[in-house]
Write a protein that binds this ligand. Structure first.
Ligand SMILES: Cc1cc2nc3c(=O)[nH]c(=O)nc-3n(C[C@H](O)[C@H](O)[C@H](O)COP(=O)(O)OP(=O)(O)OC[C@H]3O[C@@H](n4cnc5c(N)ncnc54)[C@H](O)[C@@H]3O)c2cc1C
Length: 439
């Protein structure tokens, strides 16, 4: 495992403890929503648990866009994994990057090291997909990690700074144009937040560009914004974005991207700041396991979330393709990963107790979908209950605060949101790292 935070000897010692008389060893890879839920639900298991993640923190991805648009600081949406699990005696946290799995030898692999397991849970999430155009990534970064969010924040804020001193009017327009590709929840939330940031910052804090308007364009290949929501909520979202000054371009597929703009067929949008919120690809777990994957790279698992032919290996969350009763896959959402983690933990607990237990198939309880558009509008779809506007935004805010990990984070996020609601200020407008757009 790459970059282990603990000496190799201690891992080697731990490895040696797996004999016929040793305690059952559960290795969980990934401490996102799915992996962390699994680990916590196994707190009382009579087993040794090793939780491996390549980052030292659990990240609350639904609020990443707030870091990218200077609304929140990175520390408010992330918590150290060690701290979360500090009271869980049967669990060891390991910082390291997994690179493969020796399925026959039952060990997780990384940089020449092996971590043996009796039961393996893979919950390594997903990353951006550029539909075969990985070269677009440099000009149009995606939003998945804290580093991505801080880098996008730097690009957005630096664009305003560069526009303030730009002498060429065409370059100034290019700098004040922001293009977001993909009108799913992340794209919509980014577009709304950048439009508000632009309005406020340009009017209050700059001199040369005070009279100008930031142009925010949201580009979507499909016919609707928020396609997973009911059509009336999609329409409301488009109108709410337009009220904020966002141009919403539907049925507009991106055909080329470079660091000066984006091509939509015949049309070109000149922009120095592009954000990619369009595609998702699962982590490479299917390649590690040598098993079937769907088009998004997700491992096609059995109804009990095990890998076909390997009841000792589970794959959950954004890395898994699980079919629901109607044949559609379980969506890549935090509640789905949480529910899968809880299901797998209960199955493992039953196995450990040797209880006669036949697991029914995993069944996702779809609790609903939410999104926000700027600082006072939201859309909420809970089965047949649908609402929007300020009430939608309030509901969205309460739900997100409730699910954030850690009292400190909940408290500071609530306080920051109250302040920015009243003052329109965004509290984390810091350019860190190298100054000057683009990165
Ligand atoms: C910007 C954004 C906004 C979102 N908004 C919402 C929302 O509003 N509502 C909602 O329900 N869902 C939302 N989602 C989706 C939700 O975050 C995911 O569905 C959820 O995180 C999936 O959980 P997971 O456990 O599968 O993966 P993740 O939570 O992504 O966790 C994966 C973990 O695995 C680790 N990892 C990956 N590869 C390796 C490796 N090789 N070795 C070691 N560790 C590894 C990562 O560091 C990470 O900690 C959003 C996602 C994004 C990116």
């Amino acid at each position: 495992v790459v970059g282990l935070a603990e000496p190799e000897a201690s891992l080697a010692g731990a490895a040696a403890s797996t004999g016929p008389t040793a305690r059952h060893r559960i290795v969980i890879v990934g401490a996102g929503f799915g992996g962390l839920t699994t680990a916590k639900a196994l707190a009382r298991a009579d087993a040794d648990i090793v939780l491996i993640d390549r980052r030292n923190h659990h990240l609350f991805q639904p609020l990443l866009y707030q870091v990218a648009t200077a609304g929140l600081a990175p520390t408010q949406i992330a918590s150290p994994i060690r701290t979360i699990l500090r009271h869980q005696a049967n669990t060891r946290v390991v910082l390291g990057e997994v690179e493969g799995v020796d399925v026959a030898g039952k060990a997780v692999l990384g940089q020449g090291r092996r971590v043996p397991y009796d039961t393996l849970v893979i919950a390594t999430g997903a990353t951006h997909a550029y539909f075969g155009h990985d070269e677009w990534a440099a000009a149009a970064p995606g939003l998945k990690t804290l580093e991505d969010a801080v880098s996008i924040r730097r690009r957005v804020l630096s664009a305003f700074e560069a526009a303030e001193i730009a002498e060429d009017p065409a370059e100034r327009r290019r700098l004040l144009t922001f293009v977001i590709v993909g009108a799913g929840p992340t794209g919509v939330e980014m577009a709304g937040a950048i439009a508000e940031l632009g309005r406020r910052a340009l009017k209050a804090d700059f001199r040369a560009i005070r009279g100008e308007k930031a142009r925010v364009v949201l580009v979507e290949a499909g016919p609707r914004a928020l396609a997973a929501f009911a059509p009336e909520l999609s329409d409301y979202t488009r109108r709410a974005l337009e009220r904020l000054g966002v141009e919403v371009k539907l049925n507009a597929a991106v055909t080329a991207i470079d660091d000066g703009g984006v091509q939509l067929g015949e049309e070109r949008l000149e922009s120095r700041t592009l954000v990619w919120a369009a595609g998702v690809r699962a982590s490479p777990a299917a390649a590690w396991l040598g098993c079937e994957a769907d088009r998004a790279g997700r491992v096609v698992v059995e109804p009990d979330l095990t890998v076909p032919g390997h009841p000792e290996i589970f794959v959950i969350g954004d890395t898994a393709h699980v079919r629901q009763e109607d044949g559609s896959p379980v969506p890549g959402l935090a509640p789905a990963a949480n529910q899968e983690g809880a299901y797998v933990a209960s199955l493992i607990l039953h196995r450990l107790r040797g209880a006669p237990y036949r697991a029914g198939p995993f069944s996702y309880n779809g609790v609903g979908i939410l999104a926000t558009i700027g600082r006072a509008a939201g859309v909420v779809q809970l089965d047949s209950i649908r609402f929007n506007g300020l009430l939608g935004w309030l509901f969205w805010s309460i739900v997100h605060i409730f699910f954030l990990i850690g009292f400190r984070n909940r408290f500071t996020v609530s306080l920051d949101w109250m302040i920015s609601y009243l003052t329109f200020e965004r509290g984390a407008r810091l350019i860190t790292g190298t100054v000057g757009p683009p990165d």
